[in-house]
Design a protein around this ligand. Structure first.
Ligand code: HEC
Length: 194
């Protein structure tokens, strides 16, 4: 027979054991020291907390409601556009892999530059996607230069490419541009001033 004292004490021991188990689990989850691993871990966490509810745990999306993030031009294409999308959100008719969506994604500008860079790198480098890393400094530059108010209209966002102060166009474009500039130096200059 259990005495009444041990009956009271039993829940206490269970609680102590649970707390100990929790600390043990937390110790296992310790932050990796390698900066690259930390960045990857951060991207995964931000994704799970802020994107997975709509886009699915594995970026698969929900047909008719939330587009997939797998191998879409929005994800693996221009980095500046992708950063703008997450900073300000997007709505209106959006075409993704031949499907038209017309729904709303809220702004995520409350996330830090590092969180945004990490989550975008995460979606660009998982589920069959294989695109360049997004760096926090790139998010910062887009954010600082942004004059966007409210969420983007998808059709406007599609055109809003590039990162201020970088993004050299592909080599073929550079050669063409150089020719065009020589041919019309004045116009090129006024464009630069804008
Ligand atoms: C509330 C639901 C919701 C959340 C949360 C959300 N999105 Fe979206 N997202 C959408 C919807 C809806 C669209 C399509 C918008 C439209 O129809 O104009 C979209 C579009 C996109 C697109 C472009 C289309 C595609 O599938 O390639 C990307 C990229 C994207 N979201 C990334 C993210 C990332 C990264 C996060 C987390 C930081 C996130 N989304 C969080 C609902 C959401």
């Amino acid at each position: 027979m259990l005495s009444s004292r041990s009956l009271i004490a039993a829940p206490l021991w269970v609680a102590v054991a649970l707390v100990a188990a929790l600390f043990f689990l937390m110790a296992c989850e310790e932050e990796p020291t390698d900066p690259q691993e930390r960045f990857e871990r951060l991207g995964q966490r931000v994704y799970n907390s802020y994107c997975a509810t709509c886009h699915g745990a594995n970026g698969q999306g929900v047909p008719g409601a939330f587009p997939t993030l797998r191998e879409t031009e929005w994800v693996v294409g221009d980095k500046g556009r992708l950063i703008r999308l997450v900073l300000h959100g997007v709505g209106g008719e959006m075409e993704v892999l031949g499907e038209t969506y017309n729904n709303v994604m809220i702004a995520h500008g409350f996330l830090t530059d590092e969180q945004i860079a990490a989550v975008l790198t995460h979606i660009r480098q998982n589920w069959g996607n294989d695109a360049e890393t997004v760096r926090p400094a790139q998010v910062q530059r887009v954010r600082q230069a942004s004059t966007q108010e409210g969420i983007w209209e998808a059709s406007d966002l599609w055109e809003a490419t590039g990162i201020p102060g970088e993004d050299p166009p592909a080599e073929a474009d550079v050669a063409e541009e150089a020719d065009a500039e020589e041919a019309d130096a004045e116009e090129a200059e006024s464009e630069v001033q804008e």
